[in-house]
Design a protein around this ligand. Structure first.
Ligand code: SAH
Length: 465
C-alpha cells in the first residue's frame, strides 16, 4: 500500500524540511503489523514527491493484534485485504513517520508551518464501502480537495469479472502540511469498514485532536465520527458532543435519543415483515410457502396467526435453515405448533413437487440473490408449476439507495446480483402476470420519498382462475 505526497511549491525540496525526512535517506519504520518505508521517488526544486510504503505482514498482524477484523471465513485472518489497502494502518504509519509535522513543528524552516502549499496526494488502493465514490467525494471535497478516482478491476487478467470495491485516489489541494496530514489521518480509516484495533475511548481523543480546526465545520462530521469510531454508538455520541463545544449539546442529545428510539421502533426488515403478514392475513390464506425463508423471521410471525394451518419454509442454504430451526425452537415447540411448520431445503430454480398446492407464496427479498439468467427458471418454478393462488414478492428499490449515500452502481448486500428501480420491477412483474394469468398490484414498503420511492417494493400477484 502506497501513499505519495507531491508538492510543486518552490523550492519543492522544502518538503524534506517540512516532513523532517532527509531526501537522501531511505528510512524503515517498524510497526506492530509490519514495516513502513519512507523514500523520495523524485526530488527537485520544481517538484518533489515523498512516498510512504506500507508492508503489512498479515500473519504477524494476527499475532500482534487483539482485534484483527477479517471475520467471516476461516482463512480470513490470513487471507485479507489488509496488506493492500489504505486502512487505519496507514494512519498509524502517517502518525509515526510524520509526527513532528502533524504537531505543527518545523525546526529548520518554521515559517513553512503556516504556509499553504500546493499538494498532490496519491493513494494506490482505498477500500470503498457502500456509497463508494459518493462517500469519498463527500469526505474530501468540502475540505477543498480536487478528487480524481479510478475504480480498480477485480483482476486485470479477467476484465469480465468486473469492478472491485477498491479505488485508486488522487487528491489536489493548497493547504498547510499539518492540515493535509490530519485530513489523511482521519479520513483514510473513515473509508475502511474493517478496523484492526480495539476501539476505545482513546480513539475519541485522537479523532478530536487530529480533527481540530476542520472537523467541526465539516458537513459530514457525523458520518466521519461514526465511521471513524466504527459505528460504536456511545463513542460516536460522545465525540459529537465534544465537537459541538456544548452549544448544541441538547439538540444533539435529542436527535440522538430520537434516532435510537426510531431504530428501536422498527427496522426496515421489521416493517417489511409486518406488511407481508398483513397481506397474507387479509388474503384469508391457510397454507403458506415462505420461499427463501432465511433464518425464519417471517415464519416466526406467521406462527402467531392461528389462521395459517400449514407453513413451509424453503431455503437453498442449510446454514440458514439451521438458524431458522434455532429461532423457532424447533425441537421444543409444542407438538401442535410443530405440526404447522416444516423447513425444507431446495432451490427456487428447480421444479419442485413439494411446492404445489399452496394458497400463498411469500418471496421476501430473495429474487435479487438469484443470477439474472436464472430468473427465468425461477419464474416457471413458481408461477407455472407451483402456481399458488397468490404470491407476495418483495425486492429492494434501487432508486432509494441514494438516500443512504450510496452510488448508482452500489448494491446493498454483497450477495445481491442486481437491484431494480420501480420501473424495472414493475415491467418484470407485469410481464409475468400476463404470461401466467395473474393480476398484479404494487405497494411501497417503508418511508416514501418523492420521485425516489420507498426502500423496498412489493408486488402482489393474484391468480385469475
Ligand atoms: N426471506 C428472508 C431472507 C432473505 S435473504 C428475509 O426476508 O429475511 C435471501 C435468502 O434467499 C437467503 O436465505 C438465501 O439463502 C436464499 N436463496 C438464495 N438463492 C436461493 C435459491 N436459489 N433457492 C432458494 N433460496 C435461495
Amino acid at each position: 500500500m502506497l501513499l505519495s505526497i507531491t508538492t510543486t511549491h518552490k523550492p519543492a525540496t522544502d518538503l524534506g524540511y517540512l516532513l523532517h525526512k532527509h531526501p537522501d535517506k531511505f528510512q524503515t519504520l517498524d510497526l506492530s503489523v509490519g514495516k513502513a518505508y519512507v523514500f523520495y521517488p523524485e526530488k527537485g526544486v520544481e517538484k518533489t514527491t515523498i512516498s510512504l510504503l506500507l508492508g503489512i505482514d498479515p500473519i504477524g498482524m494476527l499475532r500482534n493484534l487483539r482485534n484483527s477484523g477479517g471475520e467471516g471465513f476461516a482463512l480470513g485472518h490470513y487471507v485479507n485485504d489488509r496488506p493492500y489497502v489504505a486502512s487505519s494502518f496507514m494512519s498509524v504509519a502517517i502518525a509515526r513517520a510524520f509526527s513532528t509535522a502533524m504537531n505543527g513543528n518545523c525546526k529548520d524552516k518554521p515559517e513553512l508551518v503556516d504556509t499553504k502549499l500546493p499538494f498532490e496526494v496519491f493513494l494506490s488502493v482505498v477500500p470503498a464501502p457502500k456509497g463508494g465514490e459518493t462517500l469519498i467525494r463527500k469526505l474530501f471535497e468540502p475540505l477543498g480537495y480536487e478528487v480524481d478516482l479510478t475504480r480498480l478491476g477485480l483482476d486485470s487478467k479477467f476484465p469480465e469479472w468486473g469492478d472491485s470495491k477498491y479505488y485508486s485516489l488522487k487528491l489536489k489541494n493548497v493547504i498547510t502540511t499539518k492540515e493535509l496530514l490530519s485530513h489523511l489521518y482521519v479520513l483514510i480509516p473513515t473509508l475502511d469498514n474493517d478496523k484492526h484495533y480495539f476501539v476505545s475511548e482513546a480513539e475519541i481523543e485522537k479523532l478530536l485532536q487530529k480533527g481540530e480546526g476542520w472537523l467541526k465545520g465539516h458537513p459530514e462530521k457525523e458520518q466521519i465520527s461514526k465511521r471513524y469510531l466504527v459505528n460504536l454508538n456511545s463513542l460516536y455520541k460522545k465525540a459529537l458532543e465534544r465537537l459541538s463545544d456544548g452549544e448544541e449539546e441538547e439538540r444533539i442529545e435529542d436527535e440522538w435519543i430520537e434516532k435510537i428510539q426510531q431504530k428501536k421502533k422498527e427496522t426496515l426488515q421489521e416493517t417489511r415483515i409486518k406488511y407481508v403478514v398483513e397481506k397474507l392475513v387479509e388474503s384469508g390464506a391457510e397454507r403458506i410457502l415462505d420461499l427463501g425463508c432465511g433464518e425464519g423471521k417471517l415464519i416466526q410471525q406467521l406462527l402467531k396467526q392461528k389462521q395459517f394451518s400449514e407453513i413451509v419454509g424453503m431455503d437453498v442454504s442449510y446454514n440458514e435453515l439451521l438458524k431458522a430451526k434455532e429461532r423457532l425452537h424447533f425441537i421444543e415447540i409444542h407438538s401442535k405448533q410443530k405440526e404447522r411448520v416444516r423447513l425444507i431445503q431446495g432451490s427456487l430454480t428447480y421444479k419442485d413437487k413439494r411446492l404445489e398446492g399452496f394458497d400463498v407464496a411469500a418471496v421476501v427479498e430473495v429474487i435479487e440473490h438469484l443470477d439474472l439468467d436464472r430468473l427465468k427458471s425461477f419464474e416457471r418454478v413458481l408461477f407455472e408449476f407451483a402456481k399458488p393462488q397468490m404470491v407476495v414478492l418483495t425486492t429492494p428499490n434501487r432508486e432509494y439507495n441514494v438516500m443512504w449515500g450510496m452510488g448508482l452502481e452500489d448494491l446493498r448486500h454483497s450477495d445481491h446480483r442486481f437491484e431494480w428501480t420501480r420501473k424495472e420491477f414493475s415491467d418484470w412483474a407485469n410481464a409475468i402476470a400476463e404470461k401466467y394469468r395473474y393480476r398484479v398490484e404494487f405497494f411501497s414498503i417503508g418511508e416514501e420519498v418523492e420521485s425516489i420511492g420507498s426502500p423496498s417494493q412489493m408486488a402482489l400477484f393474484r391468480h385469475e382462475n
